[in-house]
Design a protein around this ligand. Structure first.
Ligand SMILES: [Zn+2]
Length: 352
């Protein structure tokens, strides 16, 4: 990075461009400049003048101040995001989601420069070389004083610890979610195209990364995150006695009770040795015959989890007399139409 003196908009510009799925050529043609010019801006080899900066901001739907300052906000240095994605996801697809998360991270930083948030809880961090992920999950539950048994409204618990959760349609089913710390506030971006049980698993998995992998990556981060998620959502001590004599009907009941997929329950049972490997494959054969390997039933019956934190912040600002335009601007968005973060449900319905 050559972020020397000057405004150094390069990194922010790259992030915003990728988040919108634009190539350098796309952005160049929107601005009526050449692609090499965009390339120079992005590498901080040339600074856009004031007028150009305003045009770039307008085209990208952010405020000129955001473009100028986002790269210097606290915790703005880009670090690799944790991402839960299929092996089949193309790089262009997941890079765009990574850029979206980075952009949200910058909007969240801009917002928290103006608004202070007092979270009831914190997300504790552990050293993955010292702490078994299952112990980390137990400690995290204990620290949050969660009731024993199934986790009701995981989104609410995560938000109560100051994590900004954004759920939106990624336009592809191949990426489930991403997360990253910024200063004191972690951000999670989750794909709306997943059934509730899968969304909850993604949340617990990303929570694991925030708890375990903020400083050290660990030996096997994905396995560690899944071990954490399993213990967090299905504590061994409580669920083990329920995981005997499994059949599709029993698994359906357990799915309703625990809010996790039947496949997750089968895996858990196998981990906890309440079923054998043969029983596991017999269950999966039944699932295949029923078409449940691709689409499980019951998911629609589970209570949807809606993030509320950003809405609460938006409403608090409205109560202080902020207009929709002011609310958007505080977070660095050019207008309420561009503000995908601080939305108030209902207020935008008419625009649809
Ligand atoms: Zn992961």
């Amino acid at each position: 990075m050559t972020a020397a003196a000057g405004t150094a908009v390069g990194e922010v510009l790259i992030t915003l461009r990728l988040a919108r799925g634009y190539t350098q050529e796309d952005l160049a043609s929107l601005l009526g400049v050449s692609q090499p010019t965009i390339n120079r801006y992005e590498h901080d080899e040339r600074e856009p003048d004031e007028e150009m900066l305003e045009r770039i901001a307008e085209v990208l739907g952010v405020t000129p101040e955001f473009l100028r300052h986002a790269g210097r906000l606290r915790g703005a240095t880009a670090v690799d995001a944790h991402m839960r994605r299929r092996a089949s996801a193309k790089a262009t697809v997941w890079r765009r989601q990574e850029a979206r998360l980075n952009e949200y991270r910058m909007h969240v930083s801009a917002l928290f420069e103006q608004v202070s948030l007092h979270a009831e809880q914190i997300i504790a961090t552990f050293d993955p070389f010292d702490t078994d992920p299952r112990d980390a999950a137990r400690l995290a539950r204990m620290q949050w004083r969660m009731p024993v048994g199934p986790v009701n409204n995981l989104t609410g618990w995560v938000e109560a610890a100051g994590c900004v959760v954004i759920v939106e349609d990624f336009g592809t089913p191949r990426v489930d979610g991403l997360s990253q710390w910024i200063g004191d506030h972690p951000v999670m971006l989750l794909n709306a195209r997943q059934p509730v049980d899968r969304l909850r698993w993604t949340l617990a998995h990303e929570l694991a990364h925030l708890c375990l992998h903020s400083e050290f990556v660990g030996d096997a981060p994905e396995q560690e995150a899944n071990a954490f998620a399993a213990e967090f959502l299905m504590p061994a001590e409580v669920i083990r006695p329920q995981l005997r004599n499994l059949d599709p009907g029993r698994l359906a009941d357990l799915k309703r009770q625990w809010g996790v997929s039947m496949q997750a329950l089968v895996e858990r049972a196998h981990q906890l040795k309440t079923i054998t490997a043969e029983q596991r494959s017999a269950l999966y054969k039944k699932f295949s015959r029923l078409g449940w390997r691709t689409r499980e039933p019951i998911s629609d019956e589970l209570r949807a989890e809606q993030p509320e934190l950003t809405t609460v912040i938006a409403e608090a600002l409205r109560d202080k007399g902020f207009s929709a335009e002011d609310v958007a601007r505080v977070a660095g968005y050019a207008s309420p139409q561009h503000n995908t973060m601080l939305t108030i449900p209902g207020k935008h319905l008419r625009a649809v």
